[in-house]
Design a protein around this ligand. Sequence first.
Ligand code: 6GU
Length: 292
Amino acid sequence: MRIDIISIFPEYFAPLSVSLMGKARERGILDIRLHQLRDWAHDVHHTVDDTPYGGGPGMVMKPEVWGEAIDAVIVGSAGEVSGGSIAEPSGGISDDGVVAGSSGESLVSGLEGEAAAVRGPVVGRTPRLIVPTPSGRRFTQSVALEYAAEPWLLFAPARYEGIDSRVMVEYASRLHVDEVSIGDYVLAGGEAAVLVMVEAVARLLPGVLGNANSVTDDSFAPGAMQNLLEGPVYTKPPVWRGHEVPDVLLSGHHGKIARWRRDEALRRTYVRRPELLPAVQDLDKADRQALA
Ligand code: 6GU
């Protein structure tokens, strides 16, 4: 998967070279390219913001600068900041602009220019444009799964009061554009939200996690434990500072262990996130007993 990030703080993304993300990039599963937004601001001060029309506090990011930056990334003329890429891409974009990554088959159509404006976004050789904002649709595990199926993502994190809204309108006729929020709180900028989303998406890509089951067992993952929080986990020693590991986990009885884990997941969900329970598929008699 290719991921481009345009930001006035590309250095903010250094953690994407650490641990799981760093490994995925070394292996060529992830091709992350960082871009300095100010490279597309042409005045001496490389200005990216201006005062809001209509008045009010703060500054708004200029549409011309974002437009040039996004255009350059899409057509492939954009440079990268040093350290932006730590691995040769395994797939990436070939000379004819064709995405040939891990999921490179998802190429569609030759729609361009006027035709695209009439017939909607081109998918496949253009990125999905993701604009983090507290006023966006909520980013959830199902959105992460959707993004993980894309060959190419372009993140446009803003500082200040956000990006001039015409930028999102302009690109919506050419790309799939998502304005997304990672939760009901306000960050100083979209960069931290991009780190969150990239990690949530990248760990879903084939070959990134050691154990494929860790993805399916997740809280919020589709499957048997759908919409249930994961219960408590334990490792050795069997007693630590007087606290014992539940006997059932030492019993070797796989049926009883599975039942216990589901009961704990149900109870934890009831206590911490009761609003999730109505969405849990077909609670059986044993499930209702656990919650009684
Ligand atoms: Cl995506 N951006 C900002 N600035 N604040 C947020 C957010 C995003 N999601 C929640 N709060």
